[in-house]
Design a protein around this ligand. Sequence first.
Ligand code: SF4
Length: 405
Amino acid sequence: MLRTFGREAETEPHRLEKRLASASRPIRKVLEASLEGKELGASDARALFETRAEDLQALLETADAVRRRRVGETVTFVVVRNINFTNICYTGCRFCGFAKREGDPEAEFLSLEEIARRTKEAAARGATEVCMQGGLHPRMKAEDYCAIVRAVKEAVPEIHVHAFSPFEIKYGAGRSRISVEEFLLRLKEEGLGTIPGTAAEILDTRIRKTLTKDKLSAREWVEIVKTAHRLGIRSSSTMMYGHVDGPAEWVAHFETLREIQKETGGFTEFVPLGFVHYDAPIYLDGVARPGPTREENFKVHAVARLFFQGWIDNIQVSWVKLGPRMAQYILQRGANDFGGTLMNESISRSAGARFGEEISPAEFCRYIREIGRIPAQRNTVYEIVARYETTDPPSEWEQPLAPVH
Ligand code: SF4
């Protein structure tokens, strides 16, 4: 019965057939085209975002079927440590509850020694990756970002460095008056592997003006990501939704990402990031709504599965934003990746996210088996490192972390 966690106890093809039969004709047509592997247009995606009741159920079931066809029954996760090296930032993004001012009791700026220590500790707990993002610290220059990568690679040469959002790339290059291309090349020489496709928020000028005062324009985000991909530095792709946005902007954002992928092939995955409102200034000021609804969470992942089919086939669910139980539901409605173990995530927590700082590899395996799927550890670029069909990850990976300082 675990296999049907949150679902009706029916066989999958039968359930799909039944759902399609009860959908309206126009929606059934779009879903059937998707099941045949056809590419969805913007108007199809807009129609799917409008679905309700039976049509919505048919969308979710189709997303699950397309997931099965494209990537099978494996649910992947990555063993990773997030190292948020500084939270000092004066940029003033209105959705951010993470940034602090220098001198604030909670302000942090980690030394290179501490970054190296956390990296070694992560490797001992099975990490294949460190993910590093931080505030735009007023004294950081390109060389400081390079020194961070160097410190990690000197500590653990084989670890993958996934670091610095396009906003940080623009900032570091600007601070040292070098081009984005030159900065990325220097980082790559130091050992940078991939960059997070964060700071995309929603690639729409009106929305960005509200969220970030457009300090990194949509055009700049696209250019930086394409430059990275051209230099062999792949990235994730993301969308932060559920604030002052809606389906029209989501579809345009999806189109932009798919166009980039057609040109570069550099995206490893798509990660929808639900807006965490609790401590975000834009919510506290009454401008943004209180995050996405449950239905919107389902739709964004399901439509992404269909819209990106054949171009971006890894759809990640963020347990940090949604919690592991909701993540389980979404993994049964289009998603195939559970994200990372994290070990000390602090950005979402600072904005008030209620979920923990870490899910251990063994816990991931339990959550994945509960929904009748096969757990597998992947690396940053989605190569399988280990399958845990019947065995569990090493128990020494469960060691408590040393207190951070
Ligand atoms: S989102 Fe990043 S750049 Fe914006 S205020 Fe927060 S830490 Fe600074």
